[in-house]
Design a protein around this ligand. Structure first.
Ligand code: NOJ
Length: 445
């Protein structure tokens, strides 16, 4: 299991023409993922939500967002995917709930409260205090993100028990793993002291994952846990104690420059050669790699995909990466995101065809269908085929160790066991040990 495909469900495939992607739509497109050769399908949040943050504000953890379908539809996706050799992972949001979750009214002690603003913690979305006055209770509650996303109090053992039940509920249904939202930030400083280091990255968070890992191990096969760990590289290593796959955001945030990317990879290989890294260049929060890394240049997008798919460890392809999809064009009056700068351009619908008729009045505009699945599938020279071929070829060296090799300037050469990978990280023709590399060309030797 090595290639994770992230489906942003709302924009993946729509079955009923309401402009919102859904589970039956996704289920009808599983052939695409099987053909591509991915092993894991990570679904962005599938829980009921008021959609303040498009599912990252959960109002019920034991159910399915009615916009996407019913529990039976999710069961169907899990079963059909399994038949195709694909595991389904859900996106769990344990740091906060929606303010519309029943707990917020019925179990206020599940949240973090203070009679006055106790510290300098700031909200990621509003840039003001991470505290909001609740007139019902005459006190402030903490929200690391929007005020409609109150943070849970992970010092409360009842909160821990609730999530253990949630884990079992989904693992029992055949969910094979989780992507854990804001995995570095669940536990807040008990004394609510000043300083961002007390708002997130508390060491006590590892105890939560130690317990979850025990639960994951009760299942056969063991359930997997991938953390959204947005931390500096030197802080990342601790998360491998109890998470299977702490996401490496440093890579995603880097420029597509040899001098930036290679040292990160080398540091990971030096520090955790026996752990599994997970690499990615796009997700629903960042500009797509074909735009951010490749400025639309398809050759450069392929270079990025070559890098991701030939390094040691897991890789995440965000929907559309496989066709080098660039960011969508979202005019001012269509902006829906609560965050600034808005993340809508990376969330626009996946174009399946050049006509784009599979999307009727979509929730975010579908403006550019020049890169679409149908046409690329019919063209053996397309990026889609390029990615499929790489996924097939990586099987030969997927578990082999990484070693940097000497290389010509601008070339990234590395051994993966007996296999050699060479990637031209420049826009000009380069010679490397007798091989002529075209701009941005990668070769597996
Ligand atoms: C990270 C998610 O990826 C992002 O989309 C969301 O807004 C925040 N966490 C808050 O849940």
């Amino acid at each position: 299991m090595t290639v994770i495909y992230q489906a942003y469900v709302r924009s993946f495939a729509d079955s009923d023409g309401d402009g919102v992607g859904d589970l039956p739509g996704l289920r009808s497109r599983l052939d695409h993922l099987q053909w591509l050769g991915v092993n894991v399908l990570w679904l962005s949040p599938t829980f009921p939500t008021p959609n303040v943050d498009w599912g990252y504000d959960v109002s019920h953890y034991h159910a399915v967002n009615p916009e996407y379908g019913e529990l039976a539809d999710l069961d169907g996706v899990i079963a059909d995917a399994r038949e195709r050799g694909i595991d389904v992972w859900l996106d769990l949001v344990p740091n906060h709930t929606s303010d519309k979750h029943d707990w917020f009214t019925d179990r206020p002690e599940y949240y973090v409260w203070s009679p006055e603003i106790p510290n300098d913690w700031e909200s990621v979305f509003t840039e003001g205090p991470a505290w909001h006055f609740d007139s019902r209770r005459g006190a402030y509650y903490m929200h690391q993100f929007a005020p409609q996303q109150p943070d849970l109090d992970w010092w409360n053992p009842d909160v821990r028990h609730e999530f253990e039940r949630i884990l079992r509920f989904w693992f029992d249904r055949g969910v094979a793993g989780l992507r854990i939202d804001v995995a570095h930030a669940l536990v807040k400083d008990r004394e609510l002291r000043d300083g961002v280091e007390h708002m997130r990255e508390r060491p006590e968070v590892h105890d939560v994952y130690a317990r979850w890992q025990e639960i994951a191990k009760e299942y056969e096969p063991k359930r997997m846990m991938m953390g959204e760990t947005v931390v500096a590289l030197e802080k990342l290593f601790a998360y491998w104690q109890h998470l299977d796959l702490p996401q490496n955001h440093e890579i995603c945030k880097s420029n597509f420059e040899l001098d930036e990317l290679r040292p990160i990879v080398e540091e990971v290989e030096r520090r955790v050669p026996d752990k599994t890294p997970v690499w990615f260049g796009s997700n629903h929060d960042h500009s797509r790699l074909a735009t951010r890394w490749a400025q639309g240049d398809e050759r450069k997008a392929r270079a990025a995909l070559f890098m991701l798919l030939t390094l040691r460890g897991y890789v995440i392809l965000y929907q559309g990466d496989e066709i080098a999809l660039t960011d969508g064009d979202v005019p001012e009056d269509c902006v829906l995101d609560i965050a600034t700068p808005g993340r809508d351009p990376s969330r626009t619908p996946l174009p399946w065809t050049a006509a784009g008729e599979e999307w009727v009045d979509p929730w975010l505009p579908l403006t550019d269908t020049a890169r679409n699945v149908e046409e690329q599938r019919a063209d053996p020279e397309s990026t889609l085929h390029y990615v499929r071929d790489l996924i097939a070829r990586r099987k030969a060296f997927v578990n082999e160790p990484y070693r940097t090799l000497p290389s010509a300037t601008g070339v990234w050469a590395y051994a993966r066991g007996a296999t050699t990978c060479v990637l031209n990280m420049t826009g000009v023709v380069v010679d490397h040990e007798g091989h002529t590399l075209q701009p941005w060309q990668g070769l597996i030797l």
